[in-house]
Design a protein around this ligand. Structure first.
Ligand SMILES: [Zn+2]
Length: 639
């Protein structure tokens, strides 16, 4: 029985991979959450474990072994020999795809890859150690330097009423660019390009997307170019209209504030940070989302020394080992700042977003762990489709009518819901272009000829992209090189995934709305996503999965139509949603949903090394109450 050999090979691969993956991910969490007093040592430990995992995945001998077993099984007609052998074939094909996405035949290229990881570690340390903040403009203490994370600086652009202080916050974000350029980012770009060409790509960007998405850089940007053309007029009109309305030229530090600053503050009381966990649990449970026994660890508050961007990582991948279910352990993080205007809304967005990633990865039901890890050949665009579909619900009028209440349980008035929709719609196309600008800027960096790659040339290139996409002389509110994805190895050449995901999100929303008439509290959403999107893991490609659920090839039509609506059109749709939701509640629909919340997950909320709330021996409601208490205390302390 040659398949005995295949079984042994599979068991070894599964075991070795799980061990290396979990070890690396636990070190990742320690380093990124700033859990030790020695960040450099934590980072060094992470780099060591990351290199051990990479060596396993990049080893061409493993790919050869898997292919040899596959060939033998296939030539012996293994697929017809029963369920166990079918499973073996499926698992081997998964490993083949995984090793093919990582294997590096050339030893020199493997070495170069490792030296890039080390350089990325050094730049991450420099970025973590920089004194980031803003200089207080005129007023009480002019010239005083106020330390602030990039998260806080970004939030100030949205909600700080004083224009000079918003400008100071934007200058703070620009200083991140200077910092990473001074600490060798362009050397990393050069090394990455050399590495990408050794892998057979045009440059680093091209090589990465070929491995991760199975698409060339050209294919991806053909898609983005189409969206760029479709949103150009609406984007420019929005900037011109806001400038005309205010009687002054729009700048990166006033555009978003003009558009939505007032309404962000007005709606703030209906998004109390302390309620975020409870409403996330209720809303996901009402969608029929189940975590299949997973353990979820959540670290939601901003903290000195913690990575300044929300993410989800799965230290223990979900899979089925010889028929036995192995639930996931998933950890996710946000950077909410208690007491800051807009912090509650951002906390909701992150919980829905990262909780959406966690739902996806907890539900992958395949016979090997390679299908349910979040790296290549798992598609970034497809992963983001899950999280962005779920965080999109927060902007829906019917979701806000159902869940957005003050601390005292007062629902948001319909007029305020409509006001929010009216305020945000005019910039929708422009916001999409802001994300496009990051993609075009990153692509352009890797296309600067090596001899011309100086900090000045890099910045000129980025500013040119920002002006072209955003119609603002000074550039983007989010300077391209301040986006952490570009710096970190695992999320570089990645940002287009968000834009492709937005395309798929609109198509998915359109599918559910046509089939079921609603998204909020629709209990058929979770089971449908589980069957069509989640269970197959990375065994199927992004566009195939979207077509599998929605029945249509991937198309940007729905997204372009949504962002190009006028404020009046968006408001009319919101009113229709509200009327329908009120009708359903009147008939005992959504509002009759029973407690308690069941998510099929064991949840632990932590703040660094401290556990602040947990479902261990408690109900979800008790855990959510403990979280609310903790946040309320933090808010009081923040004054
Ligand atoms: Zn995401």
């Amino acid at each position: 029985m040659p398949s005995v050999v295949a079984h042994e090979l599979l068991d070894t691969l599964n075991r070795d991979y799980e061990r290396l993956h979990t070890a690396k991910e636990d070190a990742f969490w320690t380093a990124y959450m700033g859990l030790t007093s020695d960040p450099a040592a934590a980072r060094a430990e992470l780099d060591r474990r990351e290199i051990a995992l990479r060596r396993c995945l990049q080893d061409p001998a493993r790919l050869a072994l898997v292919r040899e077993q596959l060939r033998r099984l296939e030539s012996e007609g293994g697929a017809g020999a029963g369920r166990a052998d079918d499973e073996t074939l499926v698992a081997l094909r998964g490993w083949e795809a995984t090793f093919a996405a990582h294997a590096i035949a050339d030893a020199g290229a493997r070495e170069l890859g490792e030296s890039i990881v080390a350089a990325e570690g050094r730049i991450a340390n420099a970025r973590g150690a920089m004194t980031l903040g803003y200089r207080e403009p005129a007023g009480g203490r002019p010239g005083e330097f106020v330390p602030a994370s990039s998260v806080r600086l970004g939030a100030m652009l949205l909600s700080e009423p004083d224009a000079a202080r918003r400008k100071a916050a934007w200058d703070g974000l620009r200083s991140i660019e200077t910092c990473v350029l001074e600490h060798g980012f362009l050397d990393i770009v050069r090394q990455r390009n050399r590495f990408g060409r050794q892998l057979g790509g045009e440059d680093y960007y091209d090589a990465v997307v070929r491995r991760v998405e199975g698409l060339s850089k050209r294919q991806i940007f053909d898609w983005l170019d189409e969206l760029e053309r479709a949103t150009r007029d609406a984007g420019r009109r929005a900037v011109e209209a806001l400038s005309a309305e205010r009687g002054e030229r729009a700048t990166p530090w006033n555009l978003r504030y003009w558009a939505a600053g007032d309404v962000t503050r007005e709606q703030d009381a209906w998004f109390p940070f302390s309620e975020a966990l409870r409403r996330w649990g209720r809303s996901f449970a009402a969608l029929g989302i189940e975590y299949q026994g997973a353990t979820l660890v959540l670290d939601l508050l901003d903290r000195q020394g913690k990575h300044e961007n929300g993410f989800m990582h799965g230290p223990v991948p979900a899979w089925r080992e010889h028929g036995r279910w192995r639930p996931a352990r998933i950890q996710f993080t946000a950077n909410a700042i208690p007491g800051l205007t807009g912090a509650g809304r951002r906390a909701f967005e992150t919980l829905f977003h990262e909780g959406g990633h966690a739902a996806h990865y907890s539900n992958i039901d395949m016979p090997a762990p390679c299908f349910s890890q979040e790296f290549a050949p798992s598609s970034v665009a497809f992963s983001e489709t899950q999280s962005m579909f779920l965080d999109s619900l927060l902007g829906d009028a019917d979701w806000q009518a159902r869940y957005a209440t003050t601390r005292d349980g007062e629902p948001m008035p319909p007029a305020l819901i409509e006001k929010g929709v009216r305020a945000r719609q005019p910039l929708a196309a422009w916001e999409l272009r802001q994300r496009l600008s990051v993609c075009y800027g990153e692509k352009a960096l890797y296309e600067i000829p090596e001899a011309e790659l100086t900090p000045q040339r890099a910045l000129e290139t980025l500013r040119e992209v920002e002006r072209r996409l955003l119609f603002l002389d000074e550039g983007s509110p989010r300077p391209i090189l301040s986006v952490p994805h570009l710096i970190s190895g695992e999320s570089s050449a990645y940002y287009h995934g968000y834009v492709l995901a937005e395309i798929a999100v609109e198509q998915t929303r359109d599918f559910f709305l046509r089939r079921d008439g609603r998204l909020t509290d629709n209990p058929r959403v979770g089971p449908s996503l589980r069957e069509a999107y989640w269970k197959p893991g990375n065994s199927r490609r992004f566009a195939d999965l979207v077509q599998g659920l929605t029945g249509a090839p991937l198309t940007a039509r729905h997204l372009a139509a949504r962002v190009n609506r006028t404020a009046d059109e968006a408001a009319a749709q919101a009113r229709a949603e509200l009327a329908r939701a009120a009708g359903a509640a009147g008939r005992g629909g959504a509002a009759a949903r029973p407690e308690p919340v069941r998510l099929g997950a064991s949840i632990r909320v932590v703040h660094g090394n401290e556990t602040i709330a947990s479902t261990e021996g408690r109900t979800f409601e008790e855990c959510a109450a403990a979280f609310a208490d903790f946040v309320t205390r933090q808010e009081r302390a923040a004054g």
